[in-house]
Each structure stands twice: as structure tokens, then as C-alpha cells.
Design a protein around this ligand. Structure first.
Ligand SMILES: *[C@@H]1O[C@H](CO)[C@@H](O)[C@H](O)[C@H]1NC(C)=O
Ligand SMILES: *[C@@H]1O[C@H](CO)[C@@H](O)[C@H](O)[C@H]1NC(C)=O
Ligand SMILES: *[C@@H]1O[C@H](CO)[C@@H](O)[C@H](O)[C@H]1NC(C)=O
Length: 462
């Protein structure tokens, strides 16, 4: 262990000849700047290297890690490195966990970055770095068990060929990144996908690409709508199922006979199963086995899948109520304003109330028309609607109008109470200018409250 030392360099061959060495920890060395070639090489029993909290470490030689056949864990975190360390000469025979976190200057993952790290599978924890770009073929030549890219807040893109040449990933985490599209190739191994707080990921690729998916965590509930109605065929089917499918295809398309026959022969030789006797007792029900994907966040009343209005009765009622509210309040406004009598305090307050309720009517009309437009397939529109201008406008309207309406009702009540209590004292009468001041305050209040979510205090997404 090298903790809190003043060393500046880990020199060439620093650990040469220490054939029984199992672990190296280099931690909290502010002076450390350079790790030279062959610093960690030819150490047959070494299984763990930790290099952490070395803010000034900016250079690790490309030949620093060589021939570490037992390596299982390599940690490099909290350093000033600008590039991923080269690991292609590690050549471990073990499963390797490469844990590279909190290196805010690492911006790019180049192609073939992890090739040669291990002949077994690898787990890559690359969280909380400054990664902005991952090149195509970055994971070429690896059995990628897990890839965790969460909290790379500037990462916007996974290019289409990024997983080309890799077997995996089986687990992929892109939470808290700015990724907006998943690559179109290489999703077929993913069993577990996590994309929490990935607000830019609004569209998913074709679901048939997720051939192995078992569990998914998204940011938007509507992504789970697609999965609730989607039953994936089990990919790990018994060879007999594959065989019988091939036979069925053969009947339908005799032209492709040769090809399919050789395909099924491949299956027979690779599984080493005699088909004819086994086929007889086989439970063909197993061939139609389907797998449900566990998906969260689940859709709910605020985030429905098919319809904003879950019941037809609501759909009828919302039109009825909104049309009534709009026409009724317009009539009230027209009568009050155009009346030839003088504008009194109660009449002035009633105008305000009618206006507030008119806004609620308009809001309901708006929601009702969005409901009609997106009928039966709200999930296709949900994210654009919830993150777009429409939802903010509707949200503003309803909060503004209901705050103003309740405020005005309260003022009307107080004004009635005051008038009755002081009926005999004319000098204490509420004057119109008092009412105007009180209502100006009410408008400002309702306006401010309704604007808060638009400026990021809470939100109108629900
Ligand atoms: C991917 O790795 C293979 C060797 O495993 C290599 O031949 C090939 O050139 C690599 N692909 C790219 C695009 O670098
Ligand atoms: C990815 O890393 C983050 C942060 O360390 C962790 O919370 C998360 O559980 C990891 N994801 C998976 C799928 O294990
Ligand atoms: C991910 O989804 C699964 C299945 O719905 C759920 O059980 C799990 O709690 C979710 N995890 C997170 C971190 O949301």
C-alpha cells in the first residue's frame, strides 16, 4: 500500500520480480504524476490494482500494464488522466472488473479500447467520468457482461456500430446521460437496461431488437406501455422447437429447402440430439413460451398508455362540462360588462370569478381535444406532449385559473361579510379601488404560482 506518499513517479519495473504479489493499492498521493512503462508487468499472482485519489496523475504509459494473467480488479478513480489507460497487454485469464470512475478529464473512448484485457468476460464501470464521445467498435473483442456509463452528463450519443465486434453487453446502464438514441446494432444480448433520468431518450428502437430483455428501467412511463403489450418469444428455445419451425418454413417456402436443411443439420450437430424419437414425446407448448419484460416506471392514471380519459363516461363529461363552462362564463362576462349600471364591487369581483372559470373551461376543452387526437395511442405522443409546449400551456392555464378562482371566491366572501357587519357605517364601505388593489395582488399571485413549474420549480409533466 502506498498511501499519502510524496512519490511523483511509479518507475519502470517498480514491482519487477515480486512474483507472489497479489494486491497493489496506491491511494491519496497528490504528488503522483506519472506511471512509467512496465510499472505493473509480469506479476503472475497479482489480482487487484487500485489507483485512486491522485489528482495530478496525468500520464500512464501505454505499456504500464502487461501480462497480468490473474488480474480481476483494476480501479482507477479520481485522477487527472485525460485518456483511458491502455489495457490491451493485460491478457488476464480471469473475469475482469475495470472500474474507472470520477476522472473528469477523460473525454473519449476510442475504438478497441478494451481489447486484450481478458480472455474471459469483462465488466466495465465507467461512471462519472467526463466522457463525451464513444467511438464505433469501442468494445471490439470483448465479452461484455456489464457496461455502466451512468452519470457521464455530457455523453450525447452511442453511435450505431459501438457494440460491433463485442459479445454483449448483457447489462447496460446509461442513466443520467444525454443519450437520445440507442444504437441499432448490438442490443440483442441486453437482459437488463437502465436509463433513469435519461431525459433525452424519447424514442426507443424497434422492440424486436431487444431479443433477450428481461428488465428495463426507463425515465418515461410511456416507454413501458410498449412492453406491456409485447410478449417476447423466448430466445433460449429447445432445439426441437427450432427444428419444427424450420420444417414449417420449409413447407411454406419449398424454394429455400436446401438452405434450411443445412441449417437444421447444423443444429443437430451442435446440440448432438437425435431428433426423431425425442420429437415424439416433446411438449410443443414449450415452443410458444413467452417472456414478460419487467418494466418501470409503470404507467398510471397520470401517465396512461392508451387514453388520457380512461373511461368513455369521462370523455363525454369533459366535453359537456367544458362547453358549459365556456359558454356560461362568457355570457356572465358579457352581461356584467355591458350592463348600463355602474360597476360595483361585487360585480367587479364576479367578473374576475367568471374570467377564472372561463380559463378552466378553456383548459378542459384543450385536454379534451388532445384526448381525441391521441385516442387509443396516447403512448406514442406522451413524451412529446409532456415535455412540449402544449402541456406547459395547459398546466399554466389550470393552475393560474384555479388559484385565481379560489382567491376571488375568498375575496367575495370577505367582502360580503364586511358589508353585512358594517352595514350601518358608510365610511367603512369597501371601495372599488380597494377591490382593484386586492385583485391585482391576486392576479400576480396566481400568475407567479402558475409560472414556477415553467421555470423548473416542480413540473407539469404529470
Ligand atoms: C476488431 O477486432 C478484430 C480482432 O479481434 C480486428 O481484426 C478488427 O480490425 C477490429 N475492428 C476494428 C474496426 O478495429
Ligand atoms: C451503475 O452505476 C451506478 C453508480 O455507481 C449504480 O448506482 C447503478 O446501480 C449501476 N447500474 C447497474 C445496472 O448496476
Ligand atoms: C427496475 O425495474 C424493475 C422491474 O420493474 C424494478 O423491480 C426495479 O425496482 C427497478 N429499479 C430501479 C432502480 O428503478
Amino acid at each position: 500500500r502506498f498511501v499519502l506518499t510524496k512519490m511523483r513517479v511509479v518507475p519502470k519495473g517498480a514491482f519487477a520480480g515480486l512474483l507472489d504479489l497479489e494486491k497493489i493499492e496506491i491511494s491519496q498521493n497528490d504528488a503522483l504524476e506519472v506511471i512509467e512503462a512496465n510499472a505493473f508487468s509480469n506479476l503472475p499472482k497479482l489480482h487487484e490494482i487500485r489507483i485512486e485519489k491522485a489528482n495530478n496523475l496525468v500520464y500512464i504509459d501505454a505499456d504500464a500494464f502487461q501480462h497480468l494473467p490473474s488480474l480481476r480488479y483494476l480501479l482507477i478513480s479520481n485522477t487527472g488522466l485525460r485518456f483511458l489507460p491502455a489495457v490491451h497487454k493485460v491478457q488476464s485469464f480471469q473475469k475482469v472488473l475495470l472500474d474507472i470512475q470520477d476522472n473528469i478529464n477523460i473525454r473519449v473512448i476510442e475504438r478497441n479500447s478494451f481489447m486484450g484485457l481478458s480472455s474471459e468476460s469483462v465488466i466495465l464501470w465507467l461512471n462519472k467520468n467526463g466522457i463525451r464521445e464513444i467511438e464505433n467498435h469501442a468494445f471490439n473483442g470483448t465479452y461484455l457482461d456489464e457496461l455502466n456509463l451512468s452519470d457521464n452528463h455530457n455523453l450525447e450519443k452511442l453511435p450505431n456500430e459501438v457494440f460491433q465486434g463485442a459479445n454483449g453487453p448483457v447489462v447496460l446502464d446509461i442513466s443520467s446521460t444525454k443519450i437520445s438514441f440507442l444504437p441499432s446494432h448490438g442490443l440483442e444480448h441486453i437482459k437488463k437496461l437502465r436509463a433513469r433520468s435519461t431525459y433525452n431518450l424519447k424514442k426507443l428502437p424497434d422492440l424486436s431488437k431487444f431479443r433477450s430483455l428481461i428488465e428495463a428501467n426507463f425515465t418515461y412511463p410511456s416507454h413501458c406501455c410498449a412492453f406491456t403489450n409485447w410478449k417476447r418469444q423466448n430466445t433460449e428455445l429447445h432445439p426441437i422447437c427450432i427444428m419444427s419451425q424450420a420444417k414449417k418454413d420449409l413447407k411454406e417456402q419449398p424454394g429455400e429447402k436446401l438452405q434450411i436443411q443445412s441449417a437444421s443439420e447444423d443444429y443437430i450437430s451442435s446440440y448432438g440430439i437425435g431428433f426423431d424419437p425425442a420429437e415424439h414425446d416433446f411438449d410443443y407448448g414449450l415452443c410458444n413460451e413467452v417472456v414478460n419484460v419487467a418494466c418501470s416506471p409503470k404507467p398510471d392514471a397520470f401517465n396512461p398508455c392508451e387514453d388520457i380519459m380512461g373511461y368513455n363516461i369521462l370523455r363525454v363529461l369533459i366535453w359537456f362540462i367544458s362547453i358549459l363552462a365556456v359558454t356560461g362564463n362568457i355570457v356572465v362576462l358579457i352581461i356584467l360588462i355591458s350592463s348600463q349600471y355602474k360597476l360595483t364591487v361585487p360585480r367587479f369581483l364576479m367578473c374576475n370569478l367568471a374570467f377564472a372559470d372561463l380559463c378552466i373551461g378553456i383548459y378542459l376543452l384543450f385536454i379534451a381535444s388532445v384526448d381525441i387526437q391521441t385516442k387509443s395511442q396516447y403512448y406514442n405522443y406522451a413524451i412529446d406532449w409532456q415535455t412540449g409546449a402544449g402541456c406547459n400551456t395547459a398546466g399554466f392555464f389550470t393552475v393560474f385559473a384555479s388559484e385565481l378562482s379560489v382567491y376571488t371566491l375568498t375575496v367575495i366572501t370577505l367582502e360580503r361579510w364586511h358589508t353585512i357587519t358594517y352595514a350601518m357605517q358608510l365610511h367603512r364601505k369597501v371601495r372599488l379601488r380597494h377591490a382593484v388593489i386586492i385583485m391585482v395582488f391576486g392576479w400576480l399571485f396566481a400568475f407567479t404560482v402558475a409560472l414556477l413549474p415553467i421555470f423548473g420549480v416542480s413540473s407539469y409533466m404529470k
